[in-house]
Ligand binder design. Structure first.
Ligand code: SAH
Length: 194
């Protein structure tokens, strides 16, 4: 548990360097709403956050959390798979999203059969590249310790490796040396001068 928290903190620290008041961000896996709330606070009332999750419970809990913190005005939650992420973000915002967060696997304390799937995760990542602004950032917390999560993590590694190095940088942070330990992928879109 503490390992997952430290990866989350790591993701938040990286995102803080790229996300400012008035920016637009996406939480691609709302879950318990921790990242949605973080992004919402980071962009302030002038910014916007879009969130996606396939579980009603995640949407409801997070909506309550945002209401409690009085930050609902800048957030829009979709009870929809992130495999449809691009079509739900207004076209005028394509190429303008500064930060996109993924926290994969299953929602702790919930239905463990609802887990992110490699094929939809990769589709969402490809769409995310099209949504991302120059100097934008994508973070992906991946959990190879559960069945399906191992393949998903491997495929994300391969996906990162094939990114054009002149356009994107990526970094991989392991929470421990254990092969099954949670890990964080940080992908950054470089600023293109031409
Ligand atoms: N493993 C993390 C929490 C991940 S929560 C931890 O331990 O802290 C992952 C969330 O992704 C869940 O709420 C789940 O419902 C959601 N999810 C699964 N498939 C999805 C999809 N295709 N699109 C959007 N959200 C999805």
């Amino acid at each position: 548990m503490s390992k997952a928290i430290s990866l989350t903190t790591q993701a938040h620290q990286s995102i803080k360097q790229h996300l400012n008041i008035g920016d637009i961000a996406i939480d691609a896996t709302i879950g318990n709403g921790h990242d949605t709330l973080f992004l919402s606070t980071q962009v302030g009332s002038e910014g916007l956050v879009f969130g996606f999750d396939v579980q009603a419970q995640a949407i409801e809990t997070t909506q309550e959390k945002l209401e409690h913190e009085k930050v609902t005005k800048n957030t829009q939650l979709f009870h929809i798979s992130h495999s449809e992420i691009k079509q739900h973000i207004p076209v005028s915002f394509h190429g303008k999203i500064k930060a996109i967060m993924f926290n994969l696997g299953y929602l702790p304390g919930s239905d463990k059969t609802v887990i992110t799937q490699a094929s939809s995760t990769l589709s969402a990542l490809n769409q995310s590249l099209q949504l991302l602004a120059d100097k934008g950032i994508i973070t992906v917390a991946a959990y190879p310790g559960h069945s399906g999560g191992d393949l998903e993590s491997d495929l994300i590694s391969q996906w990162c490796e094939q990114l054009k190095p002149e356009q994107y940088s990526f970094e991989l942070i392991h929470s421990s040396e254990k092969p099954t330990a949670p890990r964080l992928f940080i992908i950054k879109k470089l600023f293109l001068t031409e």
